[in-house]
Write a protein that binds this ligand. Structure first.
Ligand code: ATP
Ligand code: LTN
Length: 344
């Protein structure tokens, strides 16, 4: 496809909702990939506050978490000079394109979305918003506005990416080549970190039943370690990677270890051969803590100067708007909106 992006590099876009405290799941599944790929692609990373309000949020907390998530992007290693970091609601083109795409998305496609069904089931039926239902269309707008080729996300976002591709293809079919059809970028290990308290559930920042569910990026390090030591395991003794649902806890700890250390599975199994779950947990806790320590130090540095973050987000919104407006203008022409008149 030959959609002009004005750069020799392919584009990447991704986002995280400021809907709670970021977990090591967000880091291993998404953020760490962004950091790794930021130089290879022209990258856009947004804090998706408009997605966060699809479920109830306290305004002051939302403001605070939006800044926290942006600072965590930088603390994780995203360089604002290399990649564009911005807040979704600062670029109105997201809302505008989402509306247009809503008009090209059959309800049947949205009815199939499992994340909607899961999230809706957890709320009282009469409080589930139309925004929650339309959530994937806003996500499609985020991605398509930037003509992103690759979208680095965790495994749970596969279905939303598929919908984004379907919407892009439908629009391109109806109006001619307009959008790059994006590909999901999902890593082999770490794309689905499970809850420490219940390894049958995805580790999540917003759906937390127990204080032992997740390790948060800003957790006190001793507390992070304690949570890993309390992770649910099983009554077997051998330590190996497995798909056995009964052994999901041990497998999850091994996956976390593998993702952080980058070691191959057989080397890890050899390393833990003959050792007990206590040793496994202690070593996983160690690598997690050593991953978080420098990240937290950088976070403290960044947040000690609020004006710095203001500047990053101002510049990010400007750069993002330039790209987003270009796509939006083309889309408006294609669907037949009258261009705005200027007074002579
Ligand atoms: P929420 O619990 O608020 O719905 P979440 O923790 O699932 O959110 P999102 O903001 O929806 O996080 O997702 C941000 C990114 O982190 C996405 O790319 C998502 O796939 C990834 N991600 C979230 N949880 C995990 C996990 N447990 N393992 C791997 N990746 C994850
Ligand atoms: N729906 C995503 C968050 C998200 C996103 C995006 C991810 C919103 N817009 C654009 C990638 C690209 C989630 O992880 N729940």
């Amino acid at each position: 496809m030959t959609i002009e992006t004005g750069s020799s590099k392919q584009r990447v876009l991704s986002g995280i909702q400021p809907s709670g405290n970021l977990t090591i799941g967000n880091y291993l599944g998404a953020l760490s990939q962004w950091v790794k790929e930021q130089h290879r692609y022209e990258s856009y990373f947004c804090v998706v506050d408009m997605h966060a309000i699809t479920v109830p949020q306290d305004p002051a907390t939302l403001r605070e978490k939006t800044r926290e998530v942006a600072a965590l992007y930088i603390a994780s290693g995203i360089d604002p000079q290399v990649a564009t970091i911005f807040v979704q609601s600062h670029v109105p083109a997201h809302a505008e394109l989402a509306w247009i795409l809503n008009c090209f998305t059959p309800i049947g496609w949205l009815n199939r979305m499992t994340q909607f069904k899961d999230k809706a089931a957890k709320q009282q039926a009469d409080t589930v918003s139309a925004g929650l239902f339309n959530y994937p269309v806003l996500m499609a707008a985020d991605i398509l506005l930037y003509q992103a080729h690759q979208v680095p996300v965790g495994d749970d976002q596969r279905q939303h990416l598929e919908l984004t591709r379907d919407v892009a293809q439908r629009f391109n079919y109806l109006y001619g080549e307009t959008f790059v059809v994006p590909e999901p970028m999902i890593r082999e290990t770490g794309a689905r970190v499970m809850g420490l308290d219940d390894p049958t559930k995805k580790m999540s920042k917003s759906e937390v039943d127990s204080q032992y569910h997740a390790v948060y990026l800003l957790d006190d390090l001793d507390w992070a370690s304690k949570k890993i030591m309390r992770a649910k395991t099983d009554s077997y003794t051998d330590i190996r990677f497995t798909n056995d649902p009964e052994r999901a806890g041990v497998n999850n700890l091994l996956e976390i270890y593998a993702t952080i250390t980058g070691q191959p599975h057989d080397a890890i199994e050899a390393h833990f051969a003959g050792k007990g779950y206590g040793v496994l947990k202690r070593e996983v806790a160690e690598v997690v803590v050593e991953m978080l320590r420098p990240l937290q130090a950088r976070y403290r540095e960044i947040t000690s100067d609020p004006a710095y973050l203001d500047g990053v987000l101002a510049q990010g919104a400007e750069r993002a708007s330039t790209v987003a407006e270009r796509t939006l203008k083309l889309v408006k022409e294609r669907v037949g909106f009258l261009p705005p008149y200027r007074r002579p």
